[in-house]
Ligand binder design. Structure first.
Ligand SMILES: [Zn+2]
Length: 140
């Protein structure tokens, strides 16, 4: 049986070209390798784990009336921030008949995330994926 030996990928350009060849051609201004590189970066930097850690650390560090502002740059990060803000601002998190929850630690400043407007999108295209969520600490 013949074994295939592939040459190791040595540059990001080589990898981008391989991804481009393996991806169906779709009209888009975004290179198909963008998402793959993003996924590699997220994994290598442990980004999602770090977002969760920072959010849980914030609750131990912030003072009453302190503001938590988080800008996320992709949907996986935003989902973590959204769920964290939702959970920590809920009056009840136990769903027992007799609630045993402590009162919430934060309240949401904006219900929906703030996103770049038309003018900013034209001047700064990478802002297209940014979402700003804000909460205020209401209990020490
Ligand atoms: Zn409860």
């Amino acid at each position: 049986m013949e074994t295939r030996r592939r040459k190791a990928i040595e540059t990001t350009k080589e990898l981008a070209d391989i991804i481009l060849q393996a991806t169906p051609h779709i009209k888009s201004n975004i290179h198909p390798a963008t998402r793959v590189f993003q996924a590699v970066r997220i994994e290598v930097n442990n980004e999602l784990k770090n977002v969760k850690q920072v959010l849980s650390d914030i609750l131990t560090l912030i003072d009453v009336n302190g503001i938590i502002s988080v800008i996320s740059f992709h949907s996986l990060e935003d989902r973590i921030v959204k769920q964290f803000f939702k959970r920590e601002s809920q009056k009840c998190r136990c769903n027992n008949i007799i609630c045993t929850c402590e009162p919430p630690k934060i309240e949401l400043v904006n219900k929906k995330p703030i996103q770049a407007g038309e003018i900013e999108l034209k001047e700064n295209p990478p802002s297209r994926s940014a979402k700003l969520r804000i909460a205020r600490c209401i209990r020490g």
